[in-house]
Design a protein around this ligand. Structure first.
Ligand SMILES: NC(=O)c1ccc[n+]([C@@H]2O[C@H](COP(=O)([O-])OP(=O)(O)OC[C@H]3O[C@@H](n4cnc5c(N)ncnc54)[C@H](O)[C@@H]3O)[C@@H](O)[C@H]2O)c1
Length: 60
């Protein structure tokens, strides 16, 4: 598999902003592992849905 980074809690405030900036600036794919608690909101990441560099996995 090619290189990728994993972000935990990426649907939260800090994580989603990090992921959006990473996708904008870096070529390396991101895997977002988030439990989706009350603090998680996938609408934060709508703009990268469908981007081949972005993968969401629900889990803890
Ligand atoms: N300025 C603003 O509008 C604003 C908005 C929200 C938060 N904040 C601040 O940001 C800071 C917190 O931001 P944050 O991004 O660290 O936290 P957050 O609470 O915003 O998000 C945490 C994320 O981690 C996920 N999560 C929780 N437990 C998990 C687990 N076991 N495994 C995987 N994912 C898990 C949640 O679903 C959520 O998406 C606080 O200081 C808060 O006051 C500011």
């Amino acid at each position: 598999m090619e290189n990728a980074i994993m972000v935990t809690g990426g649907a939260g405030f800090i994580g989603s902003n990090f992921i959006l900036q990473w996708i904008e600036r870096e070529g390396i794919p991101v895997i977002n592992l988030d439990k989706l608690t009350y603090a998680g909101n996938l609408r934060n990441l709508e703009s990268v849905n469908g981007d081949p560099r972005y993968t969401f996995v629900q889990g803890a």
